[in-house]
Write a protein that binds this ligand. Sequence first.
Ligand code: ZN
Length: 164
Amino acid sequence: MNDTEILAAFHARRAHYNVYLEANGIQVHTCPGCGFPTLIERGEFYICSICDWEDDGQDDNARSLLDELPGIKISGPNGNLSLTENRINIGRIMEINAELIDGEIDLDAARVLRTIAFYQQRRDEIEERMTGEEHVNDHIWMEWKEVRKDLQMALVVPKVSDMN
Ligand SMILES: [Zn+2]
């Protein structure tokens, strides 16, 4: 997919999950960086468990909360990475994951929510074992980072058309 197609897929995916969340009254928000339902609140600087975007409030029709601070120019938590670049980056990762199993991104929203919750819990358990003294190269950090990759991989499923 080219960048335009990746961004179109992002918007379609996000809209699809948003419809499900709203229809079922589920208090979860889709991430502006990847479109998956990962955020329990918006604009609280939560870091997405899938794409690593830190939610500074930016969205298609909203600027970063940090831009509201008068007279101060702060580079946001995502550094120089723009929302669009982030969407393309995660889109490419998911495209590669889908190709690996000849599958597609899971659009079963209920299952996606369960998958995300499962891996978030796994990450929480790793964090509970951390003391805060670990070096960035310590095994436990590697383990923590692996959870993100595992989650990204768990979000692709065999193509529905192949399951007959
Ligand atoms: Zn995300």
